[in-house]
Design a binder for this molecule. Structure first.
Ligand code: ZN
Ligand code: ZN
Ligand code: FE
Length: 759
C-alpha cells in the first residue's frame, strides 16, 4: 500500500541508489551505497512503513556493485508464481478525508476520492497483477491532472490504481425504486433529505449495496424489517464518528481501535441503558453492531445531523448481497424507495466484517470486507488444497505454501444464488492466486451443498474432514500450532463420524487425526432439523429422556404429563403438539441423535421460558447468555449446576439429566431465568475444566484449543479461559478467523495439507 513511493522517498533521503519494483511475490528493492548507510536503511524501513501496509517476510541477499546513479521506481514484473499479497479494501485515509471536506480542493465532495493509502482494492480487481487495466476502473481514462499524480513518485497518488476526480472518474446518481434516474442538483444532499424523511435508500458501497434508513426512526426501521423479511436479527448501524457512537453505545479502548481501524469492521458494542436509537434496531439484544463510515460517499451522507443510519446488507433474507446496478434494482426494488447508485463497478461482492472484543482480542464473527484476502500464515508449507467449508456461514480456503487464503463470507449455502457465489469465489481465488489445488476438502455431512459440489468433481483427490476436527484444526492453524492438544469443540450442528449430530465434544487432536474422548450424551432431535427453529422440541427431548432415565422401566406416560404440567413454556405450545412430540421420541426407532451443546443451550432457553421458536440460528442461546448478564452484574456468586460424568469404555459421557432435573425444579420454584442461566453457565464451565483435567492426566497434554460457534458466548470463552489458565493450561482460541463455521474451511485445509505430507 503506497509501498513503492515510501521506499523511494526513504532511499532518496538516505542518498542510496538502486530501484524498487512490484513483483508478484512482493516488493523487490535493490540499494547500493555505503554499507553503514545500507544497514541503517534496512533498520529504518520496517519501522516506518505506511499505515496500511504490512511486511510478512523480508529476505536479504548481497549483490555485486551495479554502479547505479539514481534510485528508480520500476514498472512491475510478471513472473510465473503469482503469490503477491493482494490488498483488501481499505477505509478512506485522513489525508483523503481532509481533501474531501476542503472546499478549495479539486476533489471537494467527490465520492470516489482515494490514494495509495486507501480505497477499493480486492472488490474491484478482476485479475492480477493489481494494475488499473485489471480493475473495474479500466473504463475510466484519467484526465491530465490525475495522470500526472499517478505518474509522480513524490505524489500520494503515484500508481493509485483507482485514482479519479470529478472530471474523469465515476459519478453517483439517484434513482427511484424502479431504477429511473431522478434529476436533482445534488444526489447526495437529496439522499440525506430522503433518509431524514423516513425513506429507505439502497446505497452502493465498496463490497455491495447497503439498505439504509434513519436508525432513530421507528417506522422506517420496522418497514425495512418487514420488507427485507428480517424479523428479529439485529441490524448494523453506521455512525458519523465516535462522539455519535457514544450517544448510544459504550466502547473500550480496544473496541475504539477496531472502530477507527482502516479495516472498518462492524464492532459489537454494549448498548447504553438509554439511547436515541429505535428499539427495532436490535430487539432483545444488549449490543449494537456499529461501524464508522469507510467510503467518501458514507462520509458525505453522514455529514448532516444523522446520529446513525441502519446499514444492512442489500439482500433479501439469506441471499448474497447485491452488487450490480440493474441487479440491485431488480432484487431490492421492493425494499428500497430509492437507490443511490454509481458507475464504479464492484467486481466481487464482500459483506461487512463483524467482530467482537473478548479477553482483549478481536474475535471475528464474520471475516470479510477489509480482511480478505489477507492470508493466515501456517506453521509450515503445505501442498495446495481447496477446502470448501461447511453449509452455514460458508467460506472457502485455498492454501499455497505456508499461506492459507480464506475467502470472504459466502453465506448460508441453502439456495442457488449463494451456491453460484460460492462457485464464483472459488474461480476468482483460483485465478488471482494462481493456485492449482491438488485436493479438494469437504465436510462429511452428505447433505451439504458444498459436499455435493465436491462429489461431482472429477479427476482430483477428495479428502473428507470431520466437522469438529476441522474446528479444532482451524484454531490450531491460526495459532501456528501443529502439536497434539485437548480440543474442545462446542457448536450447534456437525456431522459425526458415527452418523449422529455432534457438537459437544472433547477431541484429542492434532492437524492429522483426532480421537473423540468425551461428549455430551446423545438425545433425540424430534423432527430432525426442525429443532433448530423450534427449541421447545429439544427442551421436551431433554426433559423426557431425563424423566424416563430416572423412572426406568415402568414409566407411565401419565406420570410424565403430570411432571411437565408445571412447566409454563409448554402452555404456548398446546398439549396436542406436546403429545405428538412425545410420541415421536417414544416410537422413533431410528431417531436423529445429537450431542450438541448448541441444542442444549436452545433447550434450556426454551425450558426457562425465554423463547420457543427462533427467528435465526443461535438466537435462543444468545438470549440465554444475555439473561444471565443482567443477573451477573449484581455480582452474586452462585454455585453452578453439576453435570454428571459417566465413563463408557474410556469415553467420558456428559449427561445433561442432573442439570435438566434441577432446572425443572428451579423453574417450578419460580427461580428467575437470569439466575438459572448463570447456574447453567457456571456448571458448563466447571464441567469443561474438569473434562480437560482428566484428559491432561490421561494423555499428558496441557494445551487446550477452544473452537466452535458456542465460543461466541462471551461468558463461556472468558470464564473457561480464565479457569484453564489458572490451572496451568495453555489456552488457544480464535482471533483471526471465526470460531463458528466461517472458520471451518481453514481447519479443513490444514488437516488435508498435513495428511498429504504423510503420503
Ligand atoms: Zn487516501
Ligand atoms: Zn481526473
Ligand atoms: Fe460448527
Amino acid at each position: 500500500m503506497g509501498f513503492r513511493p515510501f521506499v523511494y522517498r526513504l532511499a532518496v533521503s538516505f542518498n542510496l541508489k538502486g530501484f524498487v519494483l512490484n513483483t508478484v511475490r512482493g516488493v523487490e528493492i535493490e540499494v547500493e551505497g555505503k554499507s553503514e548507510v545500507v544497514d541503517h536503511f534496512m533498520d529504518v524501513l520496517p519501522k516506518q512503513i505506511p499505515p496500511a501496509s504490512k511486511i510478512s517476510k523480508i529476505e536479504i541477499s548481497d549483490l555485486s556493485l551495479q554502479n547505479d546513479f539514481e534510485f528508480q521506481i520500476r514498472p512491475s514484473r510478471r513472473e510465473q508464481q503469482r503469490s503477491a499479497l493482494i490488498s483488501p479494501d481499505i477505509g478512506i485515509c485522513e489525508d483523503c478525508l481532509r481533501e474531501l471536506l476542503d472546499p478549495a480542493n479539486r476533489r471537494y465532495r467527490y465520492p470516489f476520492i482515494n490514494c495509495t493509502n486507501c480505497g477499493p482494492r480486492y472488490t474491484i480487481l478482476r485479475e492480477i497483477p493489481y494494475d488499473r487495466p485489471n480493475t473495474t476502473m479500466s473504463v475510466f481514462r484519467m484526465c491530465p491532472e490525475c495522470q500526472s499524480e499517478y505518474d509522480n513518485p513524490e505524489n500520494r497518488r503515484f500508481h493509485a490504481e483507482p485514482n479519479a476526480c470529478p472530471v474523469c472518474g465515476p459519478e453517483v446518481w439517484l434513482t427511484d425504486s424502479a431504477g429511473q434516474r431522478i434529476q436533482v442538483q445534488d444526489p447526495v444532499s437529496e439522499t440525506i433529505r430522503l433518509l431524514k424523511s423516513g425513506k429507505i435508500v439502497a446505497v452502493k458501497g465498496l463490497g455491495g449495496f447497503h439498505l439504509a434508513c434513519d436508525a432513530e426512526n421507528d417506522r422506517a426501521v420496522s418497514m425495512l424489517r418487514v420488507r427485507k423479511h428480517r424479523e428479529e436479527k439485529p441490524l448494523a448501524v453506521m455512525a458519523p464518528d465516535l462522539s455519535a457512537v457514544s450517544k448510544f453505545a459504550e466502547y473500550t479502548d480496544q473496541e475504539m481501535d477496531l472502530l477507527i481501524s482502516q479495516r472498518r469492521p462492524i464492532v459489537l458494542l454494549k448498548k447504553k441503558p438509554s439511547h436515541p436509537l429505535s428499539k427495532e434496531v436490535a430487539p432483545k439484544n444488549d449490543t449494537f453492531g456499529v461501524m464508522l463510515p469507510y467510503t467518501p460517499l458514507h462520509y458525505l451522507i453522514l455529514q448532516k445531523g444523522l446520529t446513525a443510519l441502519i446499514m444492512t446488507s442489500g439482500n433479501i433474507s439469506e441471499e448474497p448481497i447485491a452488487i450490480g446496478n440493474e441487479e440491485a434494482v431488480q432484487r431490492l426494488g421492493n425494499i428500497a424507495d430509492f437507490f443511490l447508485i454509481h458507475n464504479r463497478d464492484i467486481y466481487l461482492r464482500s459483506d461487512d466484517s463483524v467482530t467482537r472484543v473478548i479477553r482483549s482480542l478481536p474475535r471475528p464473527i464474520r471475516r470479510s470486507r477489509g480482511m480478505v484476502p489477507v492470508p493466515i500464515f501456517l506453521k509450515r508449507k503445505l501442498t495446495s488444497v481447496l477446502a470448501v467449508g461447511g453449509e452455514l456461514k460458508n467460506t472457502i480456503c485455498f492454501t499455497q505454501g505456508d499461506r492459507a487464503f480464506v475467502s470472504q463470507h459466502v453465506g448460508d449455502l441453502e439456495n442457488a444464488e449463494t451456491l453460484a457465489f460460492f462457485e464464483e469465489c472459488i474461480d476468482h481465488f483460483e485465478q488471482i492466486l494462481q493456485i492449482k489445488p491438488e485436493a479438494v476438502v469437504y465436510d462429511l455431512h452428505p447433505d451439504y451443498l458444498s459436499t455435493q459440489w465436491v462429489s461431482e468433481k472429477k479427476g482430483i483427490k477428495q479428502i473428507g474432514v470431520q466437522h469438529h476436527h476441522a474446528h479444532i484444526a482451524s484454531c490450531l492453524a491460526e495459532n501456528g500450532c501443529d502439536e497434539k492438544v485437548i480440543g474442545l469443540a462446542l457448536d450447534g450442528t456437525g456431522y459425526g463420524s458415527d452418523g449422529h449430530i455432534w457438537g459437544g465434544e472433547i477431541l484429542i487432536a492434532d492437524l492429522r487425526t483426532f480421537q473423540r474422548t468425551a461428549h455430551f450424551d446423545y438425545r433425540p432431535m424430534p423432527g430432525g432439523e426442525k429443532v433448530i427453529r423450534e427449541p421447545w422440541r429439544m427442551a421436551l427431548s431433554y426433559i423426557y429422556t431425563q424423566f424416563s432415565n430416572q423412572t426406568s422401566s415402568n414409566l407411565k406416560n401419565r406420570d410424565f404429563f403430570q411432571y411437565i404440567k408445571r412447566l409454563s413454556f409448554l402452555k404456548e405450545i398446546g398439549m396436542d403438539s406436546v403429545r405428538t412430540i412425545v410420541k415421536m421420541i417414544e416410537n422413533n426407532l431410528n431417531p436423529v441423535m445429537t450431542s450438541s451443546l448448541g441444542r442444549l443451550f436452545d433447550g434450556v432457553a426454551a425450558l426457562i421460558g425465554l423463547r420457543n421458536v427462533v427467528a435465526f440460528e443461535g438466537q435462543a442461546a444468545m438470549e440465554l447468555e444475555m439473561a444471565m448478564d443482567s443477573y451477573f452484574k449484581k455480582r452474586i456468586e452462585e454455585p453452578g449446576y453439576e453435570f454428571e460424568i459417566i465413563q463408557d469404555r474410556g469415553t467420558l459421557i456428559f449427561s445433561p439429566d442432573n442439570v435438566i432435573r434441577q432446572i425443572v425444579d428451579d423453574v417450578s420454584n419460580k427461580v428467575s431465568a437470569s439466575q438459572i442461566s448463570l447456574k447453567f453457565h457456571i456448571g458448563l464451565v466447571h464441567l469443561f475444566l474438569h473434562g480437560c483435567r482428566i484428559m491432561r492426566e490421561r494423555f499428558q497434554l496441557d494445551t487446550v484449543a477452544l473452537s466452535g460457534g458456542c465460543f461466541q458466548n462471551r461468558f463461556l470463552l472468558e470464564k473457561l479461559s480464565d479457569l484453564l489458565e489458572a490451572d496451568q493450561f495453555k489456552v488457544l482460541s480464535h482471533s483471526q478467523v471465526p470460531a463458528n463455521d466461517g472458520g471451518l474451511a481453514l481447519g479443513q485445509a490444514a488437516v488435508a495439507g498435513y495428511q498429504l505430507i504423510e503420503e
